[in-house]
Write a protein that binds this ligand. Structure first.
Ligand SMILES: Cc1cc2nc3c(=O)[nH]c(=O)nc-3n(C[C@H](O)[C@H](O)[C@H](O)COP(=O)(O)OP(=O)(O)OC[C@H]3O[C@@H](n4cnc5c(N)ncnc54)[C@H](O)[C@@H]3O)c2cc1C
Ligand code: FES
Length: 275
């Protein structure tokens, strides 16, 4: 691992170039670094975002590095920092430290079928990977996205999802747990999307979502005989420093901020409390 740099400890003051509401709980931010600098992140990584007077919180990067030097964040209002972030608008400043953490190992994805399974807010980090895969589409075999949300109103980036559905070489399946009058698609838990899929080896499955989802999605992938060394998970833990100093994020001996959040399933499934 490289030695910590200045950007690991001291926030860089950045400017919000776009801020818009996505759902009743989530807000989207596009952020520019000073002088158009690049963050140099990889899909799956996160940044520590600070709002002066409120504090700092880890937030996944929602945009792919193939889409330009800016970074995009999807922020759910959950507590002090994220509520303060929701109060910010275009032109306001935020502090950014990072990028931190492990990322999706694209090198191992090449030549494989990809099954990307975001649940709820899990689409925030997964969107970075999806955009990356679209921009490097020739490197993979079949690509399928299986996205589930609690209700239609919680679907993130609906226009972008519709554009994915129209793309050649991309299969998109969606479901909601609970229907509302505007929804004409499938209703059921995200696990119901997996049985109808033709999953041929070699397939890499990537799961990002709320903790409750992992166990049941993995059971469905077991039925399709996807080996655990081909399953990738991104785990969220309570984090403070992001640089392996405070110990808030540990799973047994692992520091989730340094050795995660992205793990191969076979590397962590034996650890107590990992899933
Ligand atoms: C790697 C990573 C990526 C993330 N990406 C995103 C993202 O893309 N978008 C997004 O919206 N969120 C993301 N999160 C979650 C976000 O960082 C948390 O919701 C964060 O706590 C919000 O900060 P806050 O000050 O607004 O809320 P907090 O005040 O921290 O409260 C948020 C929740 O955390 C609980 N909490 C507070 N203190 C503790 C503690 N010590 N131990 C356990 N729980 C506690 C509170 O009860 C509350 O339910 C990510 C988290 C991680 C670790
Ligand atoms: S967040 Fe401090 S050690 Fe991981």
């Amino acid at each position: 691992m490289a030695a910590p740099g200045r950007q690991d400890y001291i926030p860089t003051l950045c400017t919000i170039t776009e801020a818009r509401r996505l759902t009743s709980l989530e807000k989207f931010f596009k952020i520019g670094l000073p002088d158009g600098r690049e963050l140099d992140h990889r899909p799956g990584q996160f940044v520590q975002v600070s709002v002066i007077g409120a504090g700092e919180a880890p937030i996944s990067i929602s945009s792919s590095p193939t889409r330009g030097p800016h970074l995009e964040l999807t922020v759910r209002k959950a507590g002090k920092v994220t509520t303060a972030l929701h109060g910010l608008k275009e032109g306001d400043a935020v502090g950014i430290r990072g990028p931190f953490g492990t990322f999706f190992d694209i090198g191992r994805f090449k030549g494989k079928n990809l099954l990307l399974i975001p649940g709820g807010l899990g689409l925030a980090p997964m969107r970075s990977l999806i955009q990356y895969v679209i921009d490097t589409r020739d490197l993979y075999r079949d690509v399928t996205i299986a996205y589930g949300t609690k209700c239609p109103e919680e679907i993130l980036f609906p226009e972008e999802i519709e554009s994915w559905k129209r793309m050649d070489g991309l299969t998109v399946r969606q479901t909601v747990d609970v229907c509302s009058p505007s929804w004409t698609g499938p209703v059921g838990l995200i696990t119901t999307l997996i049985p109808p899929l033709d999953i041929e080896a070699p397939t890499i499955a990537v799961i990002v979502g709320p903790p409750v989802m992992y166990k049941f999605v993995i059971l469905e992938l077991d039925k399709k005989k996807v080996p655990h060394e081909n399953i990738v998970v991104s785990l969220e833990r309570y984090m403070k420093c992001g640089v392996g100093k405070c110990g808030h994020c540990t799973i047994e001996h692992l520091y989730c901020c340094l050795e995660g959040p992205v793990f191969w399933l076979n590397e962590i499934e034996h650890l107590k409390g990992a899933l």
